[in-house]
Every structure is written in structure tokens, then in C-alpha cells.
Design a protein around this ligand. Structure first.
Ligand code: BGC
Length: 446
């Protein structure tokens, strides 16, 4: 078998998000959320990976592997800790981060919103607040005015579908934790409008920059009975946002697994929820219910049997198998690296000709050999999609570091680089060297 060859200008990178790695993000909604006893968070983010202070070393590690791109986010809650008050020291910090990325010969890709909001905006309803899109635009203007000249790739909103579904419908234990269809739809509207305003602002201030959103996309599968539910979920979690992005410069695709929706798996949750939520809307709640199932099973005595969960937001044990014998990741997702090729193909079909970047793809595992396999299989499947004409411009792995995995805490290890929680020592894993070698050579050896 000959090696698989990628284009010379391909973006090869690793990603982080501010709240997950920086530490002490005290003015954000998540900081407060993690400390509430009524949320599913097992632990607070605390100092995280101390990346706010160690960023230069971490960026040097990334560059040392051979990768050429660093995707990271700037933190709104640091930059605007109180409404209308902009912290020049924080803005300066991100200016230095961008300079460091450039000085290491890397391409910076900057995410403007990655799940967290300033607490002052969350207190007013977050993305449901009528003023949220305009406030987001004002913050984006400050950021782009400060660092825009040195950044060619901007991601406006990271996974708006997950923000809305995970927090406003309460499906993933994210803030604000409302379990309310009206809140969910209100947040969707706010996020779409926020994206549009941010995109316009970036373009006005920095016309040559490339700007897009990053989308959580699943490889969906359904049996005949599950199809209407699957289509509804896909529409509300993916398509409403993809359709709002027809004018973006690129589509960011982020895929972790395949989700299978079968009628038998829906009957129980639907029956339980039918009384609480209007029937049509209740079709999307199974994921929420599975999360509760997981929490109940965690408290169950050892050996108690519980059907293995399969969807994002559900739990799982490393090395465990799912209902149909499929391998599961630490997150409880099906180990399915090639799912990312199914989603880039779908994104390409929805937006013909528009450049696509895989802005996240990764696996939570305690065994780095699995990460190696995940990368190799994912890239092989992506290469086949490119051979079929999909205009893929880059592959950015999640994540550079083991980090704070939101409502799942630090137990999930996604990093190309291990982080010792007690000492903050970094250890570059073999998977990082592998991805770096592929990046340097532009070839995936069989
Ligand atoms: C998010 C990351 C998260 C990752 C793994 C993506 O949904 O953008 O912040 O850590 O998935 O769950």
C-alpha cells in the first residue's frame, strides 16, 4: 500500500479552549456552575493546566512535535469581566499568545467563544438575553482590533448546537441547566445571531481573515422507527447552524462518534417524558435521560447491570463494550474514528465547494495506542473523502493537553500531551509524535 499523501498547505494542529486549560477563570458562568451542588460536575476546574501562565512552554511543545497550527480560544469573561469594562491586561495577554504562536512558526486559529460566558451576561439569561448577540459583537470587535492583524483564522462560536442543547435544554449538564424547550430555541436564535454579528465584525476589521463557526456533527444512524427522531435531532443540533453559515469562509467540523437512534432505545425515555414535555419535542430528550441513567448507575453497587450508554453525554468505562459489542471510549462514546469522514462528506454536500477544516477530532482514552489508532483511521477515512472531492483544508486534533472536560471533570484524558494534575508536568505522548511526523511529511504511512 502506498502512503496517503496530503496537500502541502494542509493545516495540521491541536486545539484547546481557554476555560479547559487556563485556570482560575473566575468571572465565567462555568466557574460558578462547577461549584453548585445541584450540577453534575464532579470537580471544579481550579487551576486547570495553568496554561494562562505556561502557554509559551505548551506552544513550544506543540511546535516541537511538527504540527503547524494551534487552535485556542480567547476568554470573554477575562476580557470583559464586568459589563462594558474591558481588561487591557487580559487583551495584552492574548496578544502575547498570538505573538508566541507566530514566533514558533505556527498558524494561530482563534475561537472567540468556546462554551463559557461572562457571569454578568449569564445572570441575564445568557444566549437568551436579547442583548447577548450585540454584546458578543462588541467584545469580538475589541479582540479583533487587538490581535486581528496577526490572525488569519477565526472561529466565532464553538459548537453552538452543544451550547444550546447541552445547557438550555439541560441535556449535557452545562449551564444554565434549564430543561426547557423555549429556552433551548431562544438560545439557538441568540447563537445564530451572535455568529452572524461576529462574522460581520471580523470581516469589517480584517477583510482578509477567514471566519466560520465550528460545528458538532455526529455520524447519525437510525433504524426505521428511530428515523424521525434522528432527523429531528440532527436538524436542531446541526442543520439550523449549518444553514446559518452558508456565507462563512470555512466550515469547522467536530466529530467524536456515531450516534445510533433505534426505536427500542427510545420507547422507555419517551414514555417517561411524554407527560412532562409536548410529544413532538420530547423526541429529543433521550440523551438527557441517558445521562441520568448513568448517574444512577454510578451509584449502583458493583456488578449491578446497566445497559451501556452510547450517546454523547453518557458515561462509560475505558475498555468497555456497548450494547452491540462496540468499543467504547472513556466518555462512553462508540470508538469510531471514521465518523469524521461521514460528517465532512455531509458538510460538503450541504455547502458545495466551501472549504472545510476538521477543527476537532479526538478520543478520551487511558491508552495512547488507541489514540494512535484513532488518528490513523480518522485520517485514512478523511483522505478517501478528499480523493472524492471534499475540499478539506486541515485536521486539528482535540486536544493538545489532558484538560478539564466540562461536566465530566479531569477524569477524561483527551491529550496528545499528558498533564500530571499534582505537578503540572507535561509528557508528550507517542500519538503527538505520530501526528507531528504525518504533519512534517504530509504522508500517512500504511
Ligand atoms: C468541545 C470540547 C470538548 C470536546 C470533548 C467538544 O464538544 O468543543 O470543548 O472538550 O468536545 O468532549
Amino acid at each position: 500500500m502506498p502512503p496517503l499523501v496530503f496537500p502541502p498547505d494542509f493545516l495540521w494542529g491541536a486545539a484547546t479552549a481557554a476555560h479547559q486549560v487556563e485556570g482560575d477563570n473566575v468571572h465565567s458562568d462555568w466557574w460558578a456552575w462547577e461549584r453548585r451542588p445541584d450540577t453534575p460536575c464532579p470537580e471544579p476546574s481550579g487551576i486547570a493546566c495553568d496554561h494562562y501562565r505556561r502557554f509559551a512552554d505548551d506552544i513550544a511543545l506543540l511546535a516541537g512535535t511538527g504540527l503547524n497550527t494551534y487552535r485556542f480560544s480567547v476568554e470573554w469573561a477575562r476580557i470583559e469581566p464586568a459589563e462594558g469594562t474591558f481588561d487591557e491586561a487580559a487583551i495584552d495577554h492574548y496578544r502575547r499568545v498570538v505573538e508566541t504562536v507566530r514566533a514558533q512558526g505556527l498558524e494561530p486559529m482563534v475561537t472567540l467563544h468556546h462554551f463559557t460566558l461572562p457571569a454578568w451576561l449569564a445572570d441575564r439569561g445568557g444566549w437568551r438575553a436579547p442583548e447577548a448577540p450585540a454584546r458578543f459583537e462588541r467584545y469580538v470587535r475589541r479582540v479583533v482590533a487587538a490581535i486581528g492583524g496577526a490572525v488569519e483564522w477565526f472561529c466565532t462560536v464553538n459548537e453552538p448546537g452543544v451550547v444550546a442543547f447541552g445547557g438550555y435544554l439541560g441535556a449535557l449538564g452545562f449551564p444554565p441547566g434549564t430543561r426547557d424547550v423555549a429556552a433551548w430555541k431562544g438560545a439557538i436564535r441568540g447563537l445564530v445571531e451572535g455568529h452572524r454579528r461576529a462574522r460581520a465584525a471580523v470581516r469589517e476589521l480584517h477583510p482578509t481573515a477567514r471566519v466560520g463557526a465550528t460545528h458538532s456533527m455526529q455520524e447519525w444512524e437510525a433504524d426505521q422507527g428511530g428515523r424521525p427522531v434522528m432527523e429531528y435531532l440532527r436538524r436542531m443540533n446541526e442543520d439550523v447552524f449549518l444553514e446559518a453559515c452558508t456565507d462563512d469562509d470555512f466550515i469547522g467540523v467536530q466529530t467524536y462518534t456515531r450516534v445510533r437512534v433505534g426505536l427500542p432505545t427510545l420507547v422507555g425515555p419517551l414514555a417517561r417524558l411524554a407527560l412532562a414535555v409536548p410529544p413532538l419535542e420530547s423526541a429529543l430528550v433521550p440523551l438527557t435521560v441517558r445521562r441520568e441513567t448513568r448517574r444512577a448507575s454510578e451509584q449502583a453497587p458493583a456488578g449491578a447491570s446497566e445497559p451501556a450508554p452510547r450517546d454523547r453525554g453518557s458515561g462509560g468505562v475505558a475498555g468497555a463494550l456497548g450494547r452491540d459489542g462496540e468499543r467504547l471510549t472513556q466518555m462512553g462514546y462508540e470508538f469510531r474514528p471514521q465518523a469524521v469522514a461521514a460528517t465532512v462528506r455531509r458538510a460538503a454536500a450541504l455547502h458545495p465547494g466551501r472549504p472545510i477544516v476538521v477543527t476537532e477530532h479526538g478520543v478520551a482514552t487511558g491508552d495512547d495506542a488507541e489514540r494512535v489508532e484513532f488518528i490513523q483511521q480518522g485520517l485514512a477515512a478523511l483522505h478517501a473523502a478528499m480523493a472524492d472531492g471534499v475540499p478539506l483544508r486541515g485536521y486539528i486534533h482535540w486536544s493538545l493537553l489532558d484538560n478539564f472536560e466540562w461536566a465530566r471533570g479531569y477524569e477524561m484524558t483527551f491529550g496528545l500531551v499528558a498533564v500530571d494534575r499534582a505537578t503540572q508536568a507535561r509528557t508528550v505522548r507517542p500519538s503527538a509524535h505520530l501526528l507531528g511526523r504525518i504533519a512534517r511529511s504530509g504522508r500517512l504511512e500504511p
